[in-house]
Design a protein around this ligand. Sequence first.
Ligand code: 5AD
Length: 345
Amino acid sequence: MKKLIDKLSLNHRLDRDELALLIDGRNEELAEYLFQKARETRHRHYGHDIFVRGLIEISNCCQNDCLYCGIRRSNHKATRYRLTIDEILECCSAGYQLGFRTFVLQGGEDLSFTDDKIVALIREIKQRFPDCAVTLSIGEKSHESYLRYFEAGADRYLLRHETANAAHYAQLHPAEMSHARRMDCLRSLKAIGYQTGTGFMVGSPFQTTDNIVEDLLFMADFKPEMVGIGPFIPHHDTPFAQQPGGTVELTLYLLAIIRLLLPKVLLPATTALGTIDPDGREKGILAGANVIMPNLSPQSVRQKYMIYDNKLSSGLESAEYLNSLKEAMESIGYQIVESRGDALR
Ligand code: 5AD
């Protein structure tokens, strides 16, 4: 098995059967070996730098009804909110002063954020903070819309593929959503020139090892500049309330495999990982991750962006604690840098 890991870190590629073997045959000792290789690869390209992104959750209103998500349309218990343009700009301003040079505008698919509004918002942020990158994470849109945002100055776009298997996609989403459309969106984003991010939940309901292997092969082929993975965490007001959550252990293992498949990828230790393990962020970094996305949303809405139960938005997860986060990262030998942190291509 160590031979497989050596092969992966040398060639950045394994075939279907090898990946399945590596995942199903994992144990603690192999994981340690894998993490070490992932760190070596990460250090080669990004040294010990960690990039931070200020995450602004602009709206929890959503027209979609993804079965796993706490802000799905059918969850009538969710208290809905939407930030104003001015509130968003204030978040950016506070973030800029803290040292953030990337702002991630994330939200449900909220049609009252029209394209005109989004374009105006991107222009305003880029004008006020010309040295900052803007990342959008606002779901599936038309090619034309993606193009307009890009021309307005948006640099990056996050849209997880959720699962590379169409049948599995259909188990996680309502019938009106389609795997093909998701893939079209991802291809549009890439073709337009965005640094494009994709990803999936670890341990999502009905996920098999084969599904994970397909996810990995899809990503190796698509070559996203960013990949977001985190454990599935059930939300009590969704159809998946009773489903088991994903594990820290498998998430870390997959982070390391992804680092080796895509050596230069921007790979966050996600909030979901920090939510199920208080040391999740540090462990993620030590498994090959190189990005952290603290929450920069106004305090008043943080408890409302509950895509899963107990989602962290305070302590080290919040932008105000950047200094504590810096200390935590220094204690494991890494440093947070104040830069846009673009993907190396
Ligand atoms: N647990 C973990 N991650 C979730 N997401 C949505 N709901 C959950 C959940 N219950 C993830 C999805 C989505 C991203 C914004 O958050 O992968 O793409």
